[in-house]
Write a protein that binds this ligand. Structure first.
Ligand code: FAD
Length: 363
């Protein structure tokens, strides 16, 4: 007997692993992580490995999402400064906007990032408006600020190691019904709480079956070429669901070039025509990606792929529910912000677990 409460976290994406880590840091929980997919796997049902990823907040001022983003920024910035093994590095961001991009899926998704006067201007270092001569001629305004970029292939295993270090058990299993997870704690004793971090798969998980969770598909090209900064735009001439963003992952992770934001699209294979458009647009806004005079042939492709952002209509589900006698805390539906909001979401989920088990957090 450890005197700790038993928790099973279902899901080993960034949301599940960060939630497990947050619970373990309290010192009052014995945590087992149970998951169908693990870091190292690449599968369309498992979003986290496909992400860029960086911290570019899309939340509105005064919302719970803003609180999550802010909390997470501080932690990711600390990792970038103090923990090189985490695979997080500081990068400059360049954000370009055109007036004509209004009411598109891209603006609906990332409009708050594109504002000239966003809530996070006093949070991030070196925030400023760009001068006209610093902006590509097809855009009208823009901002620049420091943020972080994450190599997901390093960061997810880092989260696993941190959980193991603090005593977690991590095991492979597919649960058909969320209540099954209560019987999978490593102690063999029924878990006091199950935390549901199943992302997009919350759609089809027994006991949950949340139809509000849908895919927002993102297509990506990863190249060996280097980019001088992380760059994002408000829209393109290639359709309302396409956008352009560039970020060079730390630690040799390649440069990620996106992208798209296609709601209700579950296609796992990259569309070759879209791949060409993504590469052409990337060079237009960042010619430094290739040698002078080169076009897309100057890009050295590592791979092309698509990932499915677990978007939830109405927002992330972070709440407690008793399902057939099992205390369940839901933490899923992070859409395109699962990394940048991860520590904030995890803290709120951990508070719900505290509440469910009547354990007061040590910290
Ligand atoms: P997932 O990573 O999908 O994890 C779900 C876990 O649950 C998996 O381990 C799965 O195996 C497990 N699971 C599901 N069902 C079951 C079951 N029945 N039994 C057992 N286990 C189960 N976010 C950012 O913050 N910044 C970015 O720059 C960024 N860029 C992105 C770019 C792209 C192209 C995409 C696709 C996404 C991007 N995102 C970004 C979004 C981010 O990737 C997601 O919000 C995040 O990965 C969601 O994590 P998750 O843990 O909720 O889900």
């Amino acid at each position: 007997m450890t005197g700790k409460r038993n928790v099973v976290v279902v899901g080993a994406g960034v949301v599940g692993l960060t939630t497990a880590l947050t619970l373990l840091r309290r010192g009052t929980y014995d945590v087992t992580v149970v998951s169908k997919h693990m870091p190292g796997d690449y599968n369309i049902e498992y979003t986290s490995p496909w992400a860029g990823a960086n911290w570019w907040p899309v939340s509105s001022a005064g919302t719970r999402e803003q609180v999550w983003d802010e909390k997470t920024f501080h932690e990711l910035w600390r990792l970038a400064k103090d923990v090189p093994a985490a695979g997080v590095e500081v990068r400059n961001s360049l954000i370009y906007r055109r007036k004509k991009d209004e009411n598109t899926p891209i603006i609906e998704w990332s409009g708050n990032l594109l504002l000239d006067d966003p809530w996070f201007k006093n949070l991030v270092p070196d925030f400023r408006k760009l001068r006209k001569d610093e902006i590509p001629k097809t855009f009208e305004s823009g901002t620049s600020f420091k943020s972080v970029c994450i190599n997901t292939a390093v960061y997810l295993p880092y989260l696993v190691s941190q959980c193991l270090e603090l005593g977690a058990t991590i095991k492979r299993a597919t649960v058909k019904h969320i209540c099954e997870a209560a019987g999978l704690h490593a102690s063999g004793i029924k878990a006091d709480v199950v935390v549901n971090c199943t992302g997009l798969m919350a759609r089809s998980l027994g006991g949950v079956m949340d139809e509000k969770v849908i895919a927002a598909r993102g297509q990506i090209v990863v190249v060996r070429n280097e980019a001088p900064a992380m760059i994002n735009v408000s829209g393109t001439e290639d359709g309302l669901e396409e956008t352009t963003y560039i970020m060079m992952r730390p630690a040799g992770g390649g440069t990620v070039i996106g992208g798209s934001y296609q709601k209700h699209n579950y296609e796992s294979q990259a569309d070759p025509n879209m791949t060409q458009r993504i590469m052409r647009r990337a060079i237009e806004i960042c010619p430094e990606l290739v040698k002078p005079g080169q076009g897309v042939e100057g890009l050295d492709i590592i791979r092309t792929y698509a990932g499915l952002r677990p978007l939830r209509i109405g927002g992330v589900r972070l709440e407690k529910e008793n399902i057939e006698g099992v205390e369940v805390v839901h933490n899923y539906g992070a859409g395109g912000f699962g990394y940048q909001a991860s520590y904030g979401m995890a803290e709120d989920a951990a508070c719900l677990v505290d509440n469910a088990t009547h354990i007061k957090a040590k910290l």
